[in-house]
Design a protein around this ligand. Structure first.
Ligand code: SF4
Length: 306
């Protein structure tokens, strides 16, 4: 049973692209497929994952290991489960660097301290010697980012890296990622379900629903003129600030999207969003909409268009 299908997108050098959708929409599976980290029971049945011209989907494990962690890195949602609790932060970062580069012990220590400083660790030496449980949630996430950036990758996939953090730490981490991206030409694929986060980090946004891309547009275009009923529903469910007033628009009622994302075995024939869509038509129950371009690099998969 396909978890992700008809999914095609690219991320350019220095670009920040957000993959947005509810839990269960296939965002993390897409990221794990790119990284070659799918669980053993999953497989890529067809299609292609190109990284700088290299076909990742059919690359052997040795070649993939040389790219993964060096040119292509990932930050996971929950650092406590991604970091090894029995090794210090310093030794875990050094291990990642040593897997790809021949450096002396002194050089490894220097590089590790440098990267901890670069991600804004207040006391890099203490963090270097600390075990994961000795750091706060925000510092652990910084350590994860440091680990992911330690070999100066060309692309970083960040899977909901701020979900477990409070709002101020979230802002710190998002600012840090944007700064690092601008400073190093890093391509960023950011996975989130939070449109507030999207507004802060994205240049381009891809909306996914039930394992399929339903809309793709530049961030301003998407927020100004959403097309897909699902995207509209997501945007109508977040509070807006009144223009120039500095306050939340309290007269505007927040809406919710009725129902839930269908389980895999119950995705209906035709449009997967039909049971939750207020604009559903007969054709939606018969034919699955394909992606159409509406101009200005804005694409949508819905029978209301094209
Ligand atoms: Fe709604 Fe039909 Fe568009 Fe699906 S294709 S989002 S059901 S209008």
């Amino acid at each position: 049973m396909p978890l992700v299908r008809n999914t095609s997108f690219f991320v350019g050098s220095s670009e920040s692209v957000c993959l947005v959708g509810e839990s269960g929409s296939g965002k993390t599976v897409t990221a794990l497929a790119i990284m070659g980290l799918l669980p053993l029971s999953f497989r890529i049945k067809s299609g292609s994952i190109l990284f700088d011209g290299i076909e990742l989907a059919r690359l052997d494990q040795n070649k993939l290991n040389r790219i993964r962690g060096r040119r292509l890195s990932m930050v996971f949602q929950e650092p406590m489960t991604a970091l090894n609790p029995v090794f210090t932060i310093g030794s875990q970062i050094k291990e990642g660097i040593a897997a790809h580069e021949r450096l002396t012990s002194k050089e490894l220590n220097r590089r590790t301290l440098d990267i901890l400083e670069r991600v804004g660790m207040p006391d890099p030496q203490t963090a270097f010697n600390a075990y994961p449980h000795e750091l706060s949630g925000g510092l652990r996430q910084r350590a994860m980012i440091a680990m992911a950036l330690s070999c100066h990758p060309d692309m970083l996939i960040a899977d909901e890296p701020t979900t477990a953090l409070d709002v101020s730490l979230q802002a710190h981490i998002l600012g840090l990622l944007s700064e690092l991206r601008r400073g190093s030409g890093l391509a960023l694929l950011f996975i989130t379900h939070n449109l507030g986060v999207v507004a802060q980090v994205a240049e381009r946004v891809i909306i996914v629903y039930a394992g399929k891309i339903v809309e793709e547009a530049g961030v301003f275009d998407l927020f100004d003129s959403p097309l897909h009923p699902y995207t509209k529903g997501l945007l109508e469910s977040i509070p807006y600030f009144k223009d120039g007033s500095g306050g939340v628009d309290r007269e505007r009622r927040l809406k919710s999207i009725p129902g839930n994302i269908p389980p895999l075995e119950a995705i209906p024939h035709g449009c997967p969003f039909q049971d939750r869509c207020g604009e559903v038509m007969d054709v939606c129950r018969r034919i699955e909409p394909t992606e159409v371009s509406t101009g200005r690099a804005h694409k949508v998969a819905c029978h209301l268009y094209g």
